[in-house]
Design a binder for this molecule. Structure first.
Ligand code: AKG
Ligand code: FE2
Length: 504
């Protein structure tokens, strides 16, 4: 067994301990065709260029309707940089999150292992490992990566090779500053661009979400990069470090620039942006996005198959017990989807199911409260962000007050502080919305609140959120301790059921 196989095996065992290492292909889903005719995809497409922000808000966000947007990523660095070849060059030994272990610790796989796995052994797995990483922003570049990005040399490295031997050779080239030539020239020129006007870097356009900044509200209004990252207090060096990294390869679309959660502060705010990479049949199990937030998901490579349901559909219909299958997206499409498709989509039509095949360059807008499921049909690369805007504020506020009371308090206090400081109507309106919702009683905590953030991780237990990805974003308490307790209970319940069965 090679080092690569050992790494993948270890990640698999940690990320899905309930699954025997030899059972990753037990359902033989790789032999099944999960494509659907184009005619099933009926969701409207709009052009980014032609629809203004105001029109988008009026037609889709306010009505809480999903839509696919075309042309969002024109001009993004991602168009050029987001492919296996460049990832191998730039992030070869960088770890990316592929799940969590039973103790709630993140499980990482280095990019070189992940790509190799996705191109070979992962092709057979029922639901392959999936990069779903929100930490890509914080992770520091290694000195070697920094040197490489700084483009200190232009020696040419040929395109990456899949052969182990060649791989080792390119490792030296890739990890050495002199590897930034050839394709690596992209790195250098990217950096040059980023110094002038590329978003997401030190010179990126600074927008102020709360309007003009003057001396009276200077402290109140936060400077926000186009990616929603607060940049004002950051030393230039920090931003510079991220030049030419994933963050600088995309820009938050104009429709989604409002990011009220930043008022809660960087330390307390829930994770909200994820870099997502995975092969066919990896995906995200059925879920509602956390804390009432809406999301956008831009696909740069490959195809994603989506099903979305309008809020109000009974949970037991869209998220039934999946036994004997696990709760992975592919299992849902195999086991639950046929119920919605039966009799010429009788149930699907009754509950307003929407099907989409998202292609490269398309951005899905997922309105808050819509249960949805996503499965990759081939190798995909995407970026997704969740957000709270003035439009969905009430839903997010209610949900946050219920699931994350401390965060909600901080959020509200900050809005109050900004209002007294600036006297701006914007903050007053938000405060009024909070006040008017004080009369809505707090909901009791229940296991039904398990709709949460997403990843490919899963559990056989219905008691446990099937789609936990980040430690503190779910609708149930996502603290380390509670998660560990829930996983333990789930495992115990599963073991109990298994032994009951074997006794029968
Ligand atoms: O791309 C995916 O796998 C799904 C993303 C998603 O639904 C989410 O981030 O909430
Ligand atoms: Fe989602």
């Amino acid at each position: 067994m090679t080092r690569h196989h050992r790494r993948i095996r270890r990640a698999k065992l940690r990320a899905r301990s309930e699954l025997d290492i030899f059972q990753w292909d037990k359902h033989q889903f790789a032999k099944q065709d999960f494509t659907i005719p184009d005619s099933y995809d009926t969701l409207e497409r709009i052009d980014y260029d032609k629809v203004s922000r105001e029109e988008f808000i009026e037609r889709f966000e306010e009505k809480n309707l999903p839509v696919v947007i075309r042309g969002v990523m024109d001009g993004w660095g991602a168009c050029k940089n987001w492919n296996s070849e460049t990832f191998l060059k730039k992030y070869y030994s960088q770890p990316f999150k592929v799940g969590e272990d039973d103790d709630g610790n993140n499980v990482y796989v280095k990019m070189k292992h992940f790509i190799k796995y996705a191109e070979a052994d992962g092709l057979k797995d029922d639901s392959p490992l999936y990069i779903f990483d929100s930490g890509f922003v914080k992770r520091k570049l290694t000195p070697i990566q920094k040197r490489r990005i700084s483009g200190s040399s232009s020696s040419s490295s040929s395109s990456s090779s899949s052969s182990e031997k060649k791989g080792k050779k390119t490792l030296a080239l890739k990890e050495h500053p002199s590897s930034s030539g050839g394709e690596g020239g992209v790195v250098g020129s990217k950096r040059a661009r980023s110094r002038s006007n590329s978003p997401g870097t030190s010179s990126k356009k600074i927008i102020r979400i709360f309007g003009k900044r003057d001396s009276s509200n200077a402290r109140g209004s936060r400077d926000v990069s186009q990616n929603g990252e607060s940049t004002r207090e950051k030393p230039a060096r920090h931003v510079e470090e991220h030049a030419s990294t994933l963050l600088s390869d995309y820009t938050v679309p104009k429709y989604f620039k409002d990011d009220l959660f930043q008022l809660a502060g960087d330390r307390r705010r829930p994770p909200y942006r994820w870099f997502v990479v995975g092969g066919a049949r990896s995906g995200t199990g059925i879920h509602i996005d956390p804390l009432g937030t809406s999301a956008w998901n831009t696909l740069t490579t490959g195809h994603k198959r989506w099903c979305l349901f309008p809020p109000g559909i009974p949970k037991n219909l869209y998220d039934p017990s999946m036994r004997p299958f696990d709760r992975e997206a592919v299992s849902w499409f195999h086991h639950v989807y046929p119920r919605f498709a039966a009799n010429d989509f009788e149930l699907g039509k009754k509950y307003g199911m929407i099907q989409v095949i998202q292609g490269p360059g398309e951005t899905m807008f997922v309105p808050g409260g819509w249960p949805h499921i996503v499965m990759n049909l081939d190798f995909t690369i995407a970026i997704t962000q969740n957000f709270c805007s003035p439009t969905n504020f009430e839903a997010v506020w209610l949900s946050t007050r219920h699931a994350r009371p401390k965060l909600a308090k901080k959020f509200r206090n900050e809005i109050g502080r900004l209002y007294s400081k600036t006297g701006r109507c914007f903050f007053k309106d938000l405060l009024d919305k909070c006040r008017s919702l004080d009369f809505v009683p707090m909901l009791p905590m229940s296991t039904d609140d398990s709709s949460s953030s997403s990843s490919s991780s899963s559990s056989d237990s219905d008691d446990v959120s099937s789609t936990e990805s980040e430690s503190d974003i779910g609708e149930i308490c996502m603290c380390h301790k509670c998660k560990k307790k829930r996983r333990k209970e789930a495992r115990r319940a599963l073991k109990g059921k298994k032994s009951d069965k074997s006794r029968d």
